[in-house]
Design a protein around this ligand. Structure first.
Ligand code: BG6
Ligand code: MG
Length: 216
């Protein structure tokens, strides 16, 4: 049987979730909107324009569509500065070993990230060639929590969704995995990711036995 593990990127493979937070914080200050780590929890896994709309809902100023595009581009510029210096040293501990073990055990490996920067991040981490398929966020119509991105990766890998395990640090991402008919491993506390089927503190803590158990 073909089996696959489909990973989110930001906050699962490397700490770019922190850079998204820093970039949104900078943008929020520029539009006089309150923003903190707790509010950022609701933006994890959420695409750029939806995240911006949630921040602007707290701004005293009003922005038309063209201005919103400009603000989204500005956030992306902040983010791109922050990721300029990332190197393979920034891959979370244990992740390269986990990917090799899965490959050796015959798993197909995919990335399901809604970030339009995913390809460049994976290149800088020197991980691109480790994956059999990386979703192109530009081609996805419906962002997480819609299952489209996980279903697209499963299809490209040629693996039935029920034979795929998804790995996510965001509630919207776990919801997308479950809606795709896949078991989910949550990277983070059970309280934050109640829909997951298994939880780890760090991606590197995932054991192949956990994955096999979820696919029985
Ligand atoms: C997700 C992140 O992976 O990508 C979100 O969890 C981010 O925080 C989203 O907003 C979109 O990323 P980008 O790079 O296209 O702005
Ligand atoms: Mg994430």
């Amino acid at each position: 049987m073909n089996r696959a593990v489909i990973f989110d990127l930001d906050g699962v493979i490397t700490d770019t979730a922190e850079f998204h937070f820093q970039a949104w914080l900078q943008l929020a200050r520029e539009v006089d909107a309150p923003f903190d780590r707790q509010m950022n929890e609701d933006l994890k896994g959420i695409d750029r324009m939806t995240s911006l709309a949630r921040i602007l809902a707290h701004s005293p100023h009003r922005f038309d569509a063209q201005q919103r595009d400009g603000l989204a581009a500005r956030k992306n510029t902040h983010y791109q500065h922050l990721i300029e210096g990332i190197t393979p040293q920034d891959v979370f501990p244990g992740v390269p070993a986990l990917l090799s073990t899965l490959q050796t055990s015959g798993y197909r490996l995919g990335v399901a990230s809604v970030s339009k920067n995913a390809a460049v991040v994976l290149e800088r981490l020197a991980l691109t060639s480790q994956f059999d398929f990386i979703a192109d966020a530009n081609r996805i119509q419906n962002p997480k929590p819609d299952p489209e991105i996980f279903l697209t990766v499963a299809k490209a890998l040629g693996v039935e969704p029920r034979h795929c395990v998804g790995v996510e640090d965001a509630a919207a991402g776990v919801e997308a995995i479950r809606a795709a008919g896949m078991p989910a491993i949550g990277v983070g506390p059970r309280s934050a990711l109640p829909l997951a089927n298994h939880w780890v503190d760090r991606t590197g803590d995932i054991r192949i036995n956990d994955i096999e158990r979820l696919l029985v």
